[in-house]
Design a protein around this ligand. Sequence first.
Ligand SMILES: Nc1ncnc2c1ncn2[C@@H]1O[C@H](COP(=O)(O)OP(=O)(O)OP(=O)(O)O)[C@@H](O)[C@H]1O
Ligand SMILES: [Mg+2]
Length: 499
Amino acid sequence: MAAIGIDYGTSNSEVVYFDGQQHHFIKLDPSIDASNKIRSSVFVYYKDELPLPHASAIEAKVSQIQRAISAQIDKAKESYYDAQDPREERVFGDKIDDLRAEFHNRPALQRRAIQMLLKYMTVQDLSLHQLVETGEFAFGEDGFKRYLKTPEKGRLIYSPKNFLGANLVAGQQSAFIGMIAKQLEFFRLSAEKQLQKKVDTAVIGRPVKFHGTRGEEGNSQAIDIMRKAAEKAGFTTVEFLEEPIAAAYKIERKLSKPTNVLVVDIGGGTTDVCCIKLSPEKLTNLNRQQDALSVTGARLGGMECDKNLIIKSIAPTMGQDLRMQGGLPVPPTYFSDMCAVDDIPKLNHFFSDDYGLEIAQTMSIVKEPKLLNRLLIVQEEKLSARLVNSSRLAKELLSSKNEITLPLHYIEPDYDVDLTIDDLNRSMLPWLSRVKRLVSECLEKSSEPPELLFITGGMSLSPIVRQQLQEVMLPDLPVIEGDAFNSVCEGLAIQAAKL
Ligand SMILES: Nc1ncnc2c1ncn2[C@@H]1O[C@H](COP(=O)(O)OP(=O)(O)OP(=O)(O)O)[C@@H](O)[C@H]1O
Ligand SMILES: [Mg+2]
């Protein structure tokens, strides 16, 4: 039996096995050969027909049809009593009998109800729970490509992890358990195949605070969903470890003497910070909570930068600053709602017909409706996730280039947006000052100062992030270099090997 580390990230996930000496990275995405991580988004879809409508919807439709038949019976009865001769009486009498038979023939009524419901049903009408129960799953690049090619065939959950701390109703909770169980099962089976041994134990990373506004209640809901999903996925032993502490365990193997290290993990969904006492002598100790001097975390990840870049630099090309008649600006909420890929109710509201109608009405009272038409296309064609993904790519490219042209041709032919490093940096400043505040908070809570700084997570590849943390905020703290993407999961695997 083997125990693995699972970094279930907001943007990317990873699975690592540690054999006591070496880390073994499990290949998770068959469509990217060289990669040991996989996009965390999931596309749940239907190859052919949509599933049968829900029983309660069928029953409601049957009742509606029956009400229509009753009205026809009442009308036929009136005609029967008004009949002028026995022949006419017989005709209406027969009609009443036929209608009554129709009224009571439940199988036929149900078939008719299903036909009527299917005629107008789209994937968007299905609840998340129904979708997870009846749809097919595509993970990683395969899922994202399917979504790009046939968005109408399914629904893309851009970052399931982002929803775990949110206010979920009962059906949604079980939908997320089902969805994540499929992902974790896929991870477990991939590991078993590549390691050639049974895998029954996992140490799963957790952010200090899950994405959401519900504090401790949200955190325990998130852990509960992850634990149930892991059990459903076939794991018999599951433990959770805070992500920055996991990254610290990886760093510990590089140290030659006891050292206090400040770990800053800036991922796609959250920033997690810890100050921890590390020591090569403690490598094999199982429980290290007493060594964590302080831990802080917040919903401050790269996705927020992607959205901020849209609001600051892309939305102005979609009509954000236009004035309506009377001089008022176009409602700015149009653009924040457009980006709400991590807020199901908000995004559903943005995709509703009424919302589209409102944008169309606003278009009729602005000078340059052509710009707002781009927003309308994102609304009508449900392109929010695709736009946020484009913005993410732009942000990543601007880590190594001073300017880029971002093609948004899926919104309008020849629609390109020029973006510079200054645009990106400006859009990131408020976010960066919140990240710095979180780091300060961790330092203030720690009873001992750090001696080394380790910055990890995908956002640590952003030059402005490194510059602000290393040069501006902590210029006297020596930096230990490490991997931006693998450290958390390697640390989780180290912990798993101790179980
Ligand atoms: N070269 C790059 N420059 C800037 N940002 C990058 C770069 N590469 C990746 N990122 C960003 O890093 C983030 C993903 O980081 P990471 O894979 O560590 O997150 P995660 O572990 O999935 O999320 P979390 O830990 O918050 O749940 C994304 O926002 C991504 O755009
Ligand atoms: Mg992470």
